[in-house]
Write a protein of this length. Sequence first.
Lengths: 146, 137
Amino acid sequence: MQTETSVNSHASRIYDSSLAVNKDVLDFDVLNGFERVKSDDGSDILIELIDLYLQSTATQVLTMQTASTVNGWNVVKRAAHTVKGTSSTLGLHRIAKTCQEIEEASSISTDQIGALIRQLELHFREAESALTAERNRRAGNCVVSS
Amino acid sequence: MRFNELSSNRVLIADDDPVIRHLVATVVKQEGCDVVLANDGREAYRVLQTDSKFLAAILDICMPFLEGLDLVQYMRSEKRLRRIPVMIITAEENIKLVSKSFAAGATVFLPKPFVPEQLENATRMLLHNQRMGRSAG
């Protein structure tokens, strides 16, 4: 049986490992700032925001991929704009920057968009694993071994 | 009377982004208000066509079907909606949008990215005048 101390110390090691995540991928200072917002049912707002972000961004990236194959640049631009706003607010700077580039390219040089969307997909996968780890840590789903 | 009391504590939130919508709704509820959510500009427009009992409205600019600024203009053109203060949220970086928003009739302008304190302060600012007016009345 584990003591509370050993669980806490393990949790803090897990938390420390999150510091190894590049700040451009996920800025924990920005993300954790939202802890002060309290849900009326007492649930962890960050878990809810992470779940919503992962789900909606995956959909938006897919929308961009599909729209770009049929030259639907306005659709690409709108999706990139939406992801940019959420990502910058939650501290996912790299995704926000790439979305900004996609948004600009949709009005100027559309030949770059395919490559930029592929780049966005890679950045999203990086962020997804960091966010999922943080989400699981918060939900207490980490496997703790003594 | 009871219905009027409750209904005047409602805030309309329109944003096509579920993350921002949820975040804004949580902050508004934290301030003791009820929320009515719209997933895009058209949905918000439909709500406003039949319902004017809102303490305030919080609208994203860039939404499918109908943009936030078009909604503000609609609200300012309708006598029954004119008194509702509006906060505009946007990820647009065009500085002219600030003056365009105020010219259209917005009360508060909040650019993305924002930190929680900015969202909370902007929400309080939006609700403050209405609540003061109500308690004075």
